[in-house]
Design a binder for this molecule. Structure first.
Ligand SMILES: C[S@@+](CC[C@H](N)C(=O)[O-])C[C@H]1O[C@@H](n2cnc3c(N)ncnc32)[C@H](O)[C@@H]1O
Length: 189
């Protein structure tokens, strides 16, 4: 995501979908975005984002699912969505909604748990404060699914990154791509 994020977002109205604790919002703000919106359906994650030590004069947090965004069509110049589309089964609907709120010529950069990682049996899990392991549901989306969903939404894929997990991977699978990152531009209404 970082390797594709523009250095300068001057005057752009930006949206971070599934913003979580807001790390991409902070980056967009530091790259001179005119306004940065963050959307997440988790009130707890939005609370984390609003507690972060960044100035909030041009940041706005909105609680919503990314499947039905409370924004007018063509509102945004630039959108990020990190590691979230795999939480939803319907990739076509997710990308159609992203494309709806993006202006023609605007760009989206989004990432997903890589299908190779899913097919290698990796799981999306975390440990709670009490040491409990929680495994999240994750839907497999192949690259062809992304390609089809982007095309149907009027998004043209311009760049793809597939970083490997390296030292974070389970033993023996350091070379398995961990994340699929896609940069696409809205080319059709
Ligand atoms: C793995 S976290 C990634 C957070 C952030 N994008 C980042 O990279 O730091 C996934 C986030 O997606 C949010 N999420 C999952 N499905 C969503 C949906 N349908 N609508 C809005 N947010 C969603 C979760 O609440 C969570 O904050």
């Amino acid at each position: 995501m970082l390797s594709l994020l523009p250095d300068n977002l001057n005057s752009q109205v930006c949206l971070d979908l599934a913003c979580g604790s807001g790390r991409y919002m902070r980056l967009m703000q530091s790259r001179q975005a005119q306004q940065v919106f963050g959307v997440d359906y988790s009130a707890d994650m939005l609370a984390q984002a609003s507690n972060s030590p960044f100035s909030i004069n041009n940041l706005k947090l909105v609680r919503s699912t990314f499947l039905a965004l409370p924004f007018a069509a063509t509102t945004f110049d630039f959108i990020t969505c990190g590691l979230a589309v795999g939480h939803e089964k319907n990739l076509d609907r997710t990308l159609a909604e992203i494309a709806r709120v993006l202006r023609p010529g605007g760009a989206v950069i989004y990432s997903d748990f890589h299908p190779f990682a899913t097919l290698s049996g990796w799981q999306r899990s975390f440990k709670t404060g009490s040491g409990h392991t929680v495994t999240l549901e994750h839907y497999l989306h192949l690259y062809s699914d992304h390609q089809r969903a982007c095309q149907a939404a009027g998004l043209t894929i311009e760049a793809v990154r597939e970083p490997v997990a390296g030292e974070y991977a389970p033993p023996g699978s350091q070379q398995v791509p961990a994340v699929l990152v896609i940069q696409a531009v809205k080319t059709k209404h």
